[in-house]
Design a protein around this ligand. Structure first.
Ligand code: EPZ
Length: 419
């Protein structure tokens, strides 16, 4: 069981390029299942979650592999899909597998996907996905832990989400892409990963308008073709690396990112006292004293991203004053709090709100990673803590961060992995 060891203290200084976006990649691999032909994705991060999604496409009969020549590219040919079931043992590992439901149903008229269980951050139901597919004429049946949907041909519908859901918006956009007629998604998610998927669907021959806003209009087409697409830089990895710069009073430039995807995060870094220089595809963050206290409420895009909540909490744990963080998206996303408290953080939880009294310095300690972003927050905290920290169950972090210890070591961190 891998562990990551960090000796806190060194200022992070230098430049680092982010990998491609995990969440954009997962949706784009699902979208490739819509195409009658080959899709090649470039700038794909080498992550366990990407391996899992490729394995799922292969289980459906598609060709789906890492590119034989280009290390960060995947090649998918969905013309050979001949199975329509996403098995429990794959979906259990990664709930984003549920994103094949829309593509399989709209292209083949049938799909059977294990219902993704809850995870460390919450129950995470899929009722909105199923509400939309039903509105489009899908016949939904729950069968021994599987969601089974059939249709004699999906038809366009007007679907108003009861709440903002990223993967729900993506699943229904893909289902609508080959449905008969026009689909309107109201109260749709505005995340950059939704916009990137819409751009890819349009490049495939689809017709998606309004992505990035809360009303998306999709006109179904007869078929979609494979494309070549370069995945955008990972906005959450960028935010995580910049949080590490802040908390170590460093000076770091992160490159390969569309900075318009990071505005609320960068605004919060500024509010906490960092110098933030924004260029088109890179951001430089410098800090030369302890952060100021700040208030954070996580919300759907363009609000402060829930995937950055643990990381900003690590920063505010050493702020000069009292901060409030409210988790507005998930009902149980404070699993990192007990671990931060073991490092000396002064945090009091009350429902979805955490009150953090900043302390001058955290103390290194052995800590346990519970989910992907919690482990990222613990590493950010460890980089500034006094002494050594050991982050256990590091497979969580490998799901979403490619070679995180190499990237941080390149900036001067004393960090290594122990197998
Ligand atoms: C995506 O998950 C991301 N994952 C998550 O990133 C991210 O935290 C989340 O969006 C919010 O930004 C991928 O894209 C693979 P939601 P998703 O549906 O789409 C509730 C990471 O660390 N809900 O927007 O599954 C749900 O319980 C991961 O990279 C319903 O009630 O999230 C949650 O409270 C973690 N019914 C809220 O909506 C539904 O049918 C938002 O969830 C769907 C969602």
């Amino acid at each position: 069981m891998d562990r990551i060891l960090v000796r806190g203290g060194p200022r992070l200084v230098g430049e680092v390029a982010v990998s491609g976006s995990k969440n954009a990649t997962l949706a784009l691999i699902a979208a490739a299942a819509l195409a009658e032909g080959e899709t090649i994705l470039h700038n794909v991060p080498r992550l366990r979650d990407v391996d899992a999604m490729l394995e799922l496409l292969r289980a459906l009969g598609a060709r789906a592999d890492w590119h034989e020549e280009e290390g960060h590219a995947v090649r998918i040919d969905a013309s050979s899909i001949n199975r329509f079931e996403a098995p429990y043992e794959l979906v259990r590992k990664m709930r984003a597998s549920f994103l094949v439901l829309g593509p399989l149903l709209t292209r083949f008229g049938t799909a059977r996907v294990s219902e993704p269980g809850g995870c460390a951050i919450g129950v995470r139901p899929v009722d909105q996905h199923l509400k939309g597919l039903t509105a489009m004429g899908g016949k939904v049946r729950l069968d021994h832990g599987y969601v089974e949907v059939t249709s004699s041909g999906l038809r366009g519908a007007r679907i108003a989400f009861d709440l903002v859901t990223v993967n729900g918006t993506q699943n229904l956009m893909m289902a609508a892409a080959l449905a008969r007629g026009e689909t309107i998604l109201e109260n749709a998610a505005c995340e950059p990963e939704v916009v990137e998927l819409a751009e890819a669907l349009n490049a495939m021959g689809g017709s998606v308008r309004g992505a990035g806003g809360d009303r998306i209009v999709i006109r179904g087409v007869g078929s979609l073709r494979g494309i070549r697409h370069v995945v955008s830089g990972d906005r959450i990895e960028a935010g995580t690396l910049l949080a590490a710069a802040m908390v170590t009073l460093g000076d770091v430039r992160v490159t390969g990112i569309d900075t318009s995807m990071l505005e609320s995060t960068l605004d919060k870094f500024r509010e906490a006292g960092a110098d933030v220089d924004i260029e088109a595809t890179s951001v430089r963050v410098r800090a030369d004293e302890r952060p100021n206290a700040a208030g954070v409420v996580t919300a759907p895009f363009p609000g402060f991203p829930t995937d950055m909540q643990a990381q900003i909490m690590a920063v505010l744990s050493v702020a000069t004053g009292s901060s409030l963080i409210t988790e507005g998206v998930f009902e149980n996303r404070f699993m990192h709090v007990p671990e931060l408290q073991r490092m000396g953080a002064n945090i009091v939880l009350s429902g979805r709100t955490a009150r953090i009294e900043g302390v001058p310095r955290l103390m290194g300690a052995p800590v346990m990673a519970t989910d992907l972003r919690a482990s990222a927050g613990l590493i950010v905290a460890a980089l500034a803590a006094e002494g050594e920290s050991v982050v256990n169950r590091v497979y969580h972090i490998d799901r979403g961060y490619e070679r995180i210890e190499e990237k941080l070591r390149g900036l001067g961190a004393e960090i290594r992995r122990e197998g």
